[in-house]
Design a protein around this ligand. Structure first.
Ligand code: ZN
Ligand code: ZN
Length: 376
């Protein structure tokens, strides 16, 4: 880095001076360089453009992005749903290395491998003051409301950035969904010896199934259609038993009847992780008396279910919702690094930023289980 480059650094970063950027060590980072990003001007309108580096606040870490996970939410954001605010750089599962940090940041070195929690919480609203930050009224989500990780560089507040070591960049993109699964585990609070039935074999469902097995679940059944995801569930050894649900409704009903006959007392924990309201209606019939029904999918805003209130009343069924997470990244890192939750093969296709349209198509056509955008 030459002295002219240093002169061009924003004020907060100039304060860091040469200690952060010793000569010869940071050619990869120039304050006045342009970065390539995927930017949406509005719903469904995106382009791959060059822009200035994101501005760093005093408490921010600048991440040179190595991999950015893609999930179903990004399809909703593409369509302008899920509270998306444009113009926007999407990407809420951001992994990379520290390129720089603001003058108020402690505990990071340049080149630390890091993952970012995409949420910023206000700390002073009704819910934050009561320790329910998940419902922060001033919640800001990177990659949804402000710029995220489909970019060569992305800035996040340091207290939402976490160091990891023993994961590949691509596998580390699963830390965000794993953190959501860890939150699900907290909500479920399983008792030891629990029998678990999980509908669906998507990435977060498979991580939750493994967490349940590690934490009180003694017998876990995954029920899902046969195919890529079910094969993956088996290769990850995510359950004790796998029930392939035929896609055709009569055959599927017969399979469920058989499962019910084999488990007449039902399951202590039944997780609906497909996002199908029809399956949610079926799922409650598998919950044992005083058991837990976990609503864990993403459903349409207009979806409705018909279930018997008397069943919830008389059988004392606990219906739990689990959405997103707060403070679960450290747990997610520990479980994934120690292979207590296995993720090999969940991300089964990677794309370059320039291939965003192809990535969208692959997601829509369901030819990938989970994709990630990768960078040099
Ligand atoms: Zn996501
Ligand atoms: Zn708040």
């Amino acid at each position: 880095m030459g002295s002219t480059d240093l002169f061009n650094l924003p004020q907060s970063m100039r304060a860091l001076g040469l200690s952060l950027f010793p000569m010869g060590q940071h050619q990869k980072y120039h304050a006045n360089r342009k970065v390539i990003i995927t930017e949406y001007s509005e719903a469904r309108k995106f382009s791959i453009v060059e822009k200035a580096l994101p501005q760093l606040r005093e408490q921010d870490v600048l991440i040179k992005v190595k991999a950015s996970g893609v999930c179903g939410t990004d399809l909703h954001i593409h369509d302008g749903e899920f509270g998306a605010k444009f113009p926007l750089v999407p990407g809420h599962e951001t992994v990379g290395v520290v390129a720089a940090f603001g003058s108020g940041v402690q505990g990071f070195k340049v080149d630390d491998r890091v993952v970012a929690d995409n949420s910023e919480l206000c700390g002073h609203c009704h819910y934050c003051r009561r320790g329910k930050e998940l419902f922060c009224e001033n919640f800001i989500a990177h990659g949804v409301m402000v710029d995220g990780g489909f970019a060569e560089y992305a800035a996040y507040p340091a207290h939402r950035v976490f160091i990891f070591k023993d994961l590949s960049d691509v596998d580390a993109t699963l830390l965000e969904p794993a953190a959501c699964a860890a939150h699900g585990l907290d909500k479920i609070a399983p008792q030891m010896g629990s029998k678990v039935l999980l509908f669906g074999a998507g990435p977060t469902g498979l991580m939750l199934a493994q967490l349940l097995r590690e934490n009180g679940g003694c017998y876990t059944v995954i029920a899902a259609p046969g195919g890529l995801k079910m094969d993956l569930a088996k290769s990850l050894n995510a359950a004790d038993e796998y029930v392939e649900l035929p896609r055709e409704s009569v055959a599927s009903a017969a399979t469920l009847e058989k499962l019910k006959a084999e488990n007449p007392y039902g399951f202590d924990i039944v997780v609906e992780a497909t996002g199908s309201s029809k399956i949610l209606e079926d799922a409650i019939h598998f919950v044992t008396k005083s058991g837990k029904l976990v609503v864990y999918g993403v459903y349409g805003d207009n979806d409705r279910i018909r279930i018997s209130p008397n069943m919830i009343f008389k059988e004392e069924i606990n219906v739990l919702g689990s959405f997103s997470q707060t403070y679960k990244f450290p747990a997610a890192i520990d479980y994934l690094e120690r292979k207590r939750v296995k993720v090999d093969g969940i991300v089964n296709k990677t794309f370059r930023l320039e291939e965003w349209q192809a990535c969208l198509d692959a997601m829509k056509n369901r030819t990938v289980i989970k994709a990630a955008i990768v960078f040099d």
